[in-house]
Design a protein around this ligand. Structure first.
Ligand SMILES: [Zn+2]
Ligand SMILES: [Zn+2]
Length: 402
């Protein structure tokens, strides 16, 4: 059913969480019987479509129109605004409790008055902290969250805000298609299970296509959920990855990153956080597969703009791979901050005359990004010089003659 009566929302989620998640939350009232049939119609529809919606196909977009994604700097937390040219807005997560002003004023500055969809990836404070304030401040269309409750005041505040506005909750689960108009294809590709030990694995993971540009938003999904995504048959390939769990080593598994092949990776993380995020292993894994890494702790709010073909960033990448893996060096150390540009177009970097090349890591050929024979597998992007690539064992493509 589409509409869940106000008073039932909390009960349904509490009861279901108990039914599927065991009794770890002893403080939760157990009066409401589990109502499994409460699964919304949208979810069941998505279920039946799963076989045909394994991917977010490219969309047709109007020239000159730009999709804008803001990875808002909320310190050690997540909050992401997606603005579609058709005027629709999506907010993924709402930072910590103390981030309400940062988020609401940022949204207002971007001209947002309505959030067509709000996604609370999972009920941790650093993701739903200011969701109550956001819901109270803006016109809200739909709320999407996983069927996992919490006993925290933060969670209760969010549920109260949802109830007070008479909003419906749509369960976040793999296969759910988001209705945002024809300019984008938006599909949840996780969670794929109904019960997890680690709350982070309940994270709603969104894959978004705009033209041929693709984005993946991982929330705090951990290796278990990543493995499920890898085995799910969803096309995980994405130009930009919002890295899972603030760059911790428990996410960004090698198998997952091999499927995503992100050209750009964004890590939402607080300066000097007590968790030590992001992990050096994560940075190394990302840069080793040719991903440029952007970090909110070093760049502040990061804005990506996609025109359907190219993606540009408002800041320069913090971490870029210094050199290709060669036969003589084993694992390159994490890259030092570099000043290369983030533009995917084949422009020389501001310093050192670096050029953007696409390499085939298997055949060891290197191409110009405009080449008609670009590799579709074993592909990586490199900002380097012709001389360096040849030194590293690559040879120039015979078609584009870089
Ligand atoms: Zn988090
Ligand atoms: Zn979390």
């Amino acid at each position: 059913m589409q509409f869940i009566p106000k008073k039932k929302i909390a009960g349904i989620f509490l009861a279901l969480a108990l039914a599927i998640g065991g009794c770890s939350n002893n403080a939760v009232p157990t009066t409401s019987p589990p109502k499994v049939e409460e699964s919304s119609k949208q979810v069941s529809t998505a279920d039946s479509q799963t076989a045909t919606t394994k991917d977010t196909a490219p969309t047709t977009v109007a020239p000159g129109q730009k999709l804008r994604i803001s990875y808002i700097d909320v310190g050690q937390a997540d909050s992401i605004l997606i603005q579609i040219p058709n005027g629709k807005n999506v907010l993924i997560d709402a930072g910590n409790n103390g981030d309400a002003n940062t988020i609401t004023s940022y949204l207002k500055k971007q001209g947002v008055s309505k959030l067509d969809i709000v996604i609370a990836t999972h009920p941790h404070e650093d993701h739903i902290g200011s969701m109550d304030k956001v819901i109270n401040t803006f016109d809200i269309g739909q709320v999407i969250m996983p069927r996992k409750d919490s006993t925290t005041q933060t969670y209760k505040d969010m549920i109260t805000a949802i109830q007070n506005k008479g909003l419906k909750i749509t369960e976040a689960k793999a296969g759910l298609k988001l209705e945002l108009g024809s300019e984008v294809n938006a599909l949840l590709i996780a969670p794929n299970s109904v019960s997890y030990e680690d709350v982070n694995n309940y994270s709603a993971v969104l894959k978004l296509s705009y033209g041929t540009n693709t984005f993946l938003f991982e929330g705090d999904a951990q290796e278990q959920s990543e493995n499920e995504m890898v085995n799910s048959g969803f096309n995980l390939k994405a130009d930009v990855l919002k890295v899972g769990h603030h760059g911790s080593h428990t996410s960004s598994s090698i198998a997952f990153l091999a499927k995503v092949q992100p050209k750009y990776a964004v890590i939402s993380v607080g300066q000097g956080n007590s968790y030590g995020h992001p992990a050096q292993t994560t940075i190394a894994r990302l840069t080793n597969i040719g991903s440029k890494v952007y970090r909110t702790d070093q760049s502040g709010t990061i804005v990506a703009e996609a025109d359907g073909t190219n993606i540009t960033f408002n800041v320069i990448a913090n971490e870029v791979q210094p050199r290709a893996p060669s036969t003589t060096t084993s694992t390159p150390p994490p890259a030092a901050p570099s000043s290369t540009t983030s533009n995917p177009a084949p422009v020389p970097a501001s310093s050192a005359a670096l050029v953007h090349y696409v390499v085939n890591t298997k055949s060891l050929k290197f191409h110009l990004p405009t080449c008609s024979g670009l590799p579709t597998t074993n592909r990586a992007d490199k900002d380097s010089t012709r001389e360096n690539l040849i030194k590293e064992g690559y040879s120039p493509c015979g078609i584009c003659k870089p």
